[in-house]
Write a protein of this length. Structure first.
Length: 735
C-alpha cells in the first residue's frame, strides 16, 4: 500500500510535459465532472462538500481539485496502477455505494477519459498550455413547429493557440426550466411539450445560452392591421410572427387613458379630464396626452418613489429630514429630466453633509463596503454579484477576485457624526441628525483568500489608476456613454414598470444564463436611450407611444392569451400600494392623512414609508400601504415590493377601517353629490368616470338605478354601490 501511494505521487509530480495524446485535466477531466454534476452546488461543489469530498464549484479551482482528487484519502480516489479500482470511477459508476447514484457507465466516453487520465499518472496540464478563449454554440436559437420535435446543438471551443475542438460530448447541458425539452449526451434536444425554454451549454468557465421554442402546428397569423408607430413595434411584431402569435387589438380609449395615468403619474384622471379625452376626435390625441403627462409634476413624484425604493431612502437608516431632502432632490432631478447617467454620477460621487448634499444619503443607507458594491452593481449596472462573495459566480462570469476588487472601490467611504446628532433609539449604531460622508484614504478591502488589499477594479472593464477619489472614478465610469451595463439596465427597468415584465427578468439580473426575451429590442432601446442623452422622459415616451404598449389586455386568439413573454397583449397587474390608496382617495373625494405631513398630500408624495403607529384615521393610511406591499426599503431591488394578493388585503378592502371611513365620510364626493341634489344617473356617471374612466354600460346603469330607486335609505344604498365599485376587479387592476 505504501509503495502504491509513493509511486502514484511520483507520477503526479513528475512534471514532464504531457504528450499530445494525453488527456488534459482542465480541458477534459474537469468538464466531465461538471457534465456529470459532481461539482455542482447540490453535490461535491457545495461549500462544505459531500461525503468527505469537496470540489470547487463547477471546476473554478483546477489546482485545488487536482490536489483533492490525487492526494486526499491516501490517494484512494485515483489509482494510476489499477485505474479501474479508483474510487473516483467506482463511485461515479455506482460500483460502490454512492449517494449521488451512477453518473455515467463503464462503456461511456466519460469513463474512458477519466480512466485514461488516471492511468497516465493523473498529470496536470503543462505550464503555458492553451487556454479557452471562446465557446461557439450552434444554433444560437431554434424554433420548431410540429411535427418537428428535435434538433442537435454543437459546441466548439476556441483556444488561445488558435486551435478549435468540438466539445459537444464534454459540455454540460442544463435547461432554465424542466418539462419543455430534454437533451442527450450527444447534444440532441427533444421536445417534451410545446413551450419556450433556454438551454445553457457550459464548457469549462464559459456558458452560452440557446433559445429553444417548440410550437404546436398553427398558421402564421395575419398581421397587416398591426401598424407600427415606432421601432419597438418592428422588433415585437418580428418576434410574434416567428412564434405565430397574433397580437391583441388596440385598447379602447378609456382603458388606455386609465393605464397611461397610472403608469406615468400613479394617479387616476379626474372625471373632467376623462370626458375631454373621450370626446376628442384627434387621431393624435394619445401622443398629445402622453406629452402632457410627462410634463406634470406628478410624473417626477411618482418616479421619484421608484428611485427612492432602489436607493433605500427610508427613515430607519437615515432620519426624517434626510429622507425628505433626498426625496425632494430626486424628484427635482426627474422633473428637470436630468440625464440619468448624470443623476447616477451625482449619487455615486456624493460626499459631504447629508442635509446640504442630499444624494450623500445613499452612502448613509448602505454602510457596509460589500453591501455598497452589491447595491451599486444591482441598481446602476443590472448585475447581481453577491454569489461571488464566497466562490466564483455559478451562473455568471464574475470571480471572487472581481467581487472584492469591485468592493475595494467603496471601502473608503466613512462617516463623521456632527455634535448635534444623537444616537437613534431604533438602532444603537446609527445616529439621528446630520452626518458627513467622506473618503478615508487609508481604508482598504482585504481579500479573504490572499489576506492582502484587493486592487480596486471596475466590473468587466479596463480600470485606470483611480487615485484617492475612488467614488469619483466609479461614478465617471458608470456615467460614461460607453459603459456596457448602464443603459441596458435602465431601459429594462423602464420596460418593467410600463409593461409589467422586464425584457430581462428579473430586471436587475443581466447575465449570459438569463438572456433577454427580445435581445434586438433591448439593444435598440439602450442605444436610443444613450443617443437621447439618457433622458428618462424620452425612454418612457418611446415605450408609451408604441402600439405594443397600447394593446388590449385580452384577445380572442388563444395563442395570444397564452403568451407571457413577448408582449402580444397588455399585462394585467394589481395597482401598487400608493396607486391604490391615492385612487381610493380620488374616487371618494376624501384626502388620506399621514402622521407628520400636511393634509392633502397623496401617498406618492410621502418621501418614505410612514413609520407612525397612531390609531384612528390618521394611522390608517400607513397600515394600508404596508398591507398592500409598500417596501420598507431595506433592499436595493424592485423585488422587495410585494403585490401578491392575500387575506389581509381582502379584509382591508371588504371590511377595512380605511375603506369604510372613506365611503362614509360626510364631506366626500358622495356627500357633496347628495347635498347638491344631483340625480342618481348623474352621480353614477361621475363615479364610473372617476373610478373606471368610462360610463356605466346600459346593463350596469339599469340594474344600479333600479337598486337605488327602490332603497328606503338613499345614502346607505349609495354607500353600497360605491363600496361595490371600489371592490370591482376593473378598479383594483391596471389593464
Amino acid at each position: 500500500m505504501r509503495f502504491k501511494i509513493l509511486f502514484a505521487l511520483l507520477l503526479v509530480s513528475a512534471g514532464a510535459p504531457a504528450r499530445a495524446a494525453d488527456v488534459s485535466f482542465e480541458r477534459e477531466v474537469l468538464p466531465v465532472l461538471t457534465r456529470a454534476g459532481c461539482n455542482m452546488g447540490a453535490c461535491h461543489g457545495n461549500l462544505n462538500g459531500k461525503g468527505g469530498l469537496k470540489l470547487s464549484l463547477k471546476g473554478e479551482d483546477p489546482a485545488g481539485d487536482h490536489a483533492v482528487l490525487t492526494r486526499d484519502m491516501l490517494a484512494r480516489r485515483t489509482d494510476p496502477i489499477r485505474p479501474d479500482e479508483s474510487l473516483l470511477l467506482q463511485k461515479a459508476t455506482a460500483q460502490v455505494p454512492h449517494e449521488g447514484g451512477a453518473r455515467f457507465t463503464k462503456t461511456s466516453s466519460e469513463y474512458v477519459i477519466v480512466r485514461e487520465w488516471i492511468a497516465n499518472g493523473c498529470k496536470v496540464d503543462a505550464p503555458g498550455a492553451p487556454t479557452l478563449t471562446k465557446l461557439v454554440v450552434t444554433p444560437g436559437s431554434k424554433v420548431l413547429v410540429e411535427p418537428a420535435d428535435r434538433f442537435h446543438v454543437k459546441a466548439v471551443a476556441h483556444f488561445s493557440d488558435g486551435t478549435t475542438r468540438d466539445v459537444t460530448s464534454l459540455a454540460a447541458f442544463e435547461f432554465t426550466q424542466v418539462g419543455v425539452a430534454k437533451v442527450g449526451g450527444d447534444g440532441e434536444v427533444v421536445r417534451e411539450q410545446p413551450g419556450e425554454v433556454v438551454l445553457l451549454v457550459r464548457y469549462h468557465s464559459i456558458v452560452e445560452p440557446v433559445r429553444v421554442v417548440f410550437l404546436p402546428h398553427r398558421p402564421v397569423p395575419e398581421m397587416s392591421n398591426f401598424r407600427s408607430t415606432n421601432k419597438i413595434d418592428t422588433f415585437v411584431i418580428s418576434r410574434l410572427q416567428e412564434l405565430r402569435i397574433k397580437p391583441a387589438e388596440l385598447a379602447p380609449d378609456y382603458v388606455f387613458l386609465r393605464r397611461a395615468y397610472l403608469d406615468a403619474l400613479g394617479v387616476l384622471p379626474a372625471p373632467a379630464e376623462t370626458r375631454a379625452f373621450l370626446a376628442d376626435a384627434d387621431p393624435k390625441k394619445r401622443e398629445r396626452l402622453i406629452d402632457a403627462l410627462l410634463a406634470r409634476p406628478e410624473f417626477a413624484e411618482f418616479w421619484a418613489q421608484k428611485w427612492s425604493d432602489l436607493l433605500r431612502n427610508e427613515e430607519k437608516a437615515l432620519d426624517k429630514k434626510g429622507v425628505a431632502v433626498f426625496f425632494r432632490w430626486i424628484a427635482a432631478q426627474l422633473a428637470a429630466d436630468r440625464p440619468l447617467n448624470e443623476f447616477a454620477r451625482d449619487v455615486l460621487a456624493a460626499k459631504g453633509s447629508t442635509y446640504e448634499n442630499p444624494p450623500a444619503n445613499f452612502w448613509r443607507a448602505v454602510r457596509d463596503p460589500l453591501a455598497r458594491s452589491e447595491s451599486v452593481a444591482q441598481v446602476f449596472l443590472g448585475v447581481r454579484i453577491g454569489c461571488a462573495r464566497c466562490h466564483n459566480h455559478p451562473f455568471d462570469r464574475w470571480t471572487t477576485d472581481d467581487y472584492y476588487s469591485f468592493g475595494a472601490l467603496f471601502a473608503r467611504v466613512d462617516y463623521r457624526v456632527l455634535e448635534n446628532s444623537k444616537r437613534d433609539a431604533l438602532d444603537s449604531h446609527e445616529f439621528v441628525g446630520e452626518q458627513v460622508v467622506w473618503q478615508n484614504r487609508t481604508a482598504e478591502m482585504t481579500h479573504p483568500r490572499t489576506r492582502r488589499p484587493a486592487p480596486p477594479r471596475f466590473l468587466g472593464a479596463r480600470t485606470p489608476d483611480v487615485g484617492g477619489d475612488r467614488l469619483g472614478a466609479v461614478a465617471d465610469w458608470v456615467a460614461a456613454p460607453d459603459n456596457p451595463f448602464f443603459a441596458r439596465a435602465q431601459v429594462n427597468r423602464v420596460w418593467l414598470h410600463l409593461m409589467g415584465r422586464g425584457l430581462v427578468d428579473p430586471n436587475d439580473d443581466f447575465r449570459a444564463t438569463n438572456p433577454p426575451s427580445n435581445p434586438e429590442l433591448l439593444e435598440w432601446l439602450a442605444a436610443d436611450f444613450a443617443k437621447h442623452k439618457f433622458s428618462l422622459k424620452h425612454a418612457v415616451r418611446t415605450v408609451m407611444t408604441s402600439r405594443t404598449y397600447q394593446l388590449a389586455a385580452t384577445a380572442r386568439d388563444r395563442t395570444t392569451m397564452g403568451d407571457e413573454l413577448h408582449h402580444s397583449h397588455a399585462t394585467v397587474q394589481p395597482l401598487e400600494a400608493e396607486q391604490l390608496l391615492d385612487a381610493l382617495s380620488s374616487v371618494t373625494g376624501v384626502p388620506v392623512r399621514f402622521a407628520g405631513y400636511p393634509v392633502g398630500l397623496r401617498a406618492n408624495q410621502i418621501p418614505a414609508p410612514p413609520q407612525s403607529g397612531r390609531r384612528g384615521f390618521d394611522g390608517m393610511g400607513e397600515k394600508f400601504l404596508k398591507t398592500f406591499g409598500k417596501p420598507e426599503r431595506l433592499l436595493t431591488c424592485e423585488c422587495e415590493r410585494n403585490d401578491d394578493p392575500g387575506l389581509l388585503q381582502a379584509f382591508q378592502l371588504i371590511t377595512g377601517e380605511l375603506i369604510n371611513a372613506l365611503v362614509k365620510h360626510h364631506d366626500g364626493r358622495l356627500g357633496k353629490g347628495l347635498s347638491a341634489g344631483r340625480t342618481d344617473a348623474e352621480m353614477l356617471d361621475e363615479f364610473y368616470l372617476a373610478a373606471l374612466c368610462r360610463k356605466p354600460t346600459p346593463v350596469e346603469e339599469k340594474k344600479l338605478l333600479a337598486y337605488l330607486a327602490g332603497a328606503t335609505d338613499r345614502r346607505a344604498a349609495w354607500e353600497d354601490v360605491l363600496w361595490a365599485l371600489l371592490n370591482s376587479k376593473e378598479f383594483l387592476l391596471r389593464r
